[in-house]
Design a protein around this ligand. Structure first.
Ligand SMILES: NC(=O)C1=CN([C@@H]2O[C@H](COP(=O)(O)OP(=O)(O)OC[C@H]3O[C@@H](n4cnc5c(N)ncnc54)[C@H](O)[C@@H]3O)[C@@H](O)[C@H]2O)C=CC1
Ligand SMILES: Nc1nc(=O)c2c([nH]1)NC[C@@H]1CN(c3ccc(C(=O)N[C@@H](CCC(=O)O)C(=O)O)cc3)CN21
Length: 295
């Protein structure tokens, strides 16, 4: 099913993100973890294209497997900044052949090599070019794109960032997912600015459950997201006790999700990564809230 049709159902959705194995040796464990998440019955699942920069040959395999076994709608990520036009076109053809209906069109993180080298020669510079490529294919994909409530770290200011975002939506992005946020108020004011700028498509807040202290540094490096004192206190107090930190992280994320639903947001995306127990804990915490309205 197309994700845009799920989002427009006037029901509540909760979706989970997983990442493909980095090495062939971990394929089976990732497959099994992602299957356990799919078995929970989320509204849809996304599979990154080598989270944090690298490319992955396993994204499609994981997406295909979950779609076939659990009939869950799948969103496959695709990045373009480190690829040639030829590679991207091949990946698009592969996705079409695999029956993938939903693609998250991303520029991709800049690796140190990409930052150092002159990117003039690269085939792609921004996600919008990938959106054009997807639109030019004959596959009729539902297209997602990324957005940044605290502005993208490379943007000079939020106004410019939102302008580029509007261009992505005008080029064909059907919905947007935000960078991880730990303070919902940042999302609400961002959404207001998007609507003011004429961006009318669904915008899914991205919630990252932090369930161990090591994730904090990694999350800040990837996103630069603001971490409220209330959140930092949890990590300070419970970071060295794995069970306590996991419980605190699941509850903090659940609390954010409940606050979003309570304030009229109907679709929430969770960066659960490959942690079935975390996804399950969150779903349990909001089960009655989703109730019959869960799509
Ligand atoms: N859901 C997810 O998986 C998310 C992934 N990311 C990651 O963040 C990274 C950035 O990707 P995207 O947001 O897709 O990149 P993007 O190309 O849309 O934007 C990247 C930067 O370039 C600027 N920009 C965009 N179009 C421009 C143009 N035409 N001219 C000048 N500047 C322009 C933007 O304002 C922003 O500062 C990726 O690595 C992505 O994987 C970030 C958030 C969520
Ligand atoms: N800049 C950026 N790049 C991304 O790929 C990205 C975002 N932001 N924001 C939204 C989601 C969140 N993503 C994430 C979040 C955390 C890890 C991370 O902590 N990765 C660890 C491994 C985690 C594990 O094995 O459990 C790593 O070391 O790569 C990776 C991608 C992917 N997405």
């Amino acid at each position: 099913m197309k994700i845009i049709d799920i989002l427009k159902k006037n029901k509540m959705s909760l979706s989970f993100e997983v990442f493909p194995p980095k090495k062939a040796t971990s394929f089976e464990s990732v497959k099994s973890a992602t299957e356990s998440i799919a078995a929970l019955g989320p509204s849809f699942m996304s599979v990154t294209y080598g989270a944090g920069g690298g490319v992955s040959q396993y994204t499609l395999e994981i997406a295909k497997n979950l779609k076939t076994k659990f009939n869950v709608s799948m969103l496959a990520h695709l990045t373009c900044v480190s690829s040639s036009k030829e590679t991207v076109k091949q990946r698009i053809a592969d996705m079409k052949a695999a029956g993938i209906k939903n693609v998250m069109a991303l520029r991709g993180d800049l690796t140190p090599e990409l930052i150092e080298n002159n990117r003039e020669k690269c085939d792609y510079h921004h996600a919008i070019e990938l959106i054009h490529e997807l639109k030019a294919s004959d596959a009729d994909f539902c297209i997602g794109a990324a957005c940044y409530p605290e502005k993208h770290p490379e943007s000079a200011n939020q106004r410019e960032d939102i302008q580029h975002l509007k261009e992505k939506v005008d080029a064909g992005a059907d919905f947007l997912t935000t960078q991880m946020i730990f303070d919902n108020n940042l999302f609400f004011s961002f959404l207001y600015k998007l609507r003011e700028a004429g961006v009318t498509c669904p915008v899914l807040p991205g919630i990252m459950p932090i369930t161990n202290a090591n994730q904090v540094e990694r999350a800040i490096k990837l996103s630069g997201s603001f971490m409220p004192q209330r959140f930092k206190s949890l990590v300070d107090k419970f970071g060295s006790d794995p069970d306590a930190m996991k419980q605190a992280g699941i509850i903090y994320a659940s609390d954010q999700i409940i606050d979003l639903y309570a304030n009229g947001i109907t679709n929430v995306h969770v960066y659960s990564m490959n942690k079935p127990d975390v996804a399950e804990g969150i779903l349990k915490n909001v089960s009655a809230i989703l109730g019959k309205n869960f799509v």
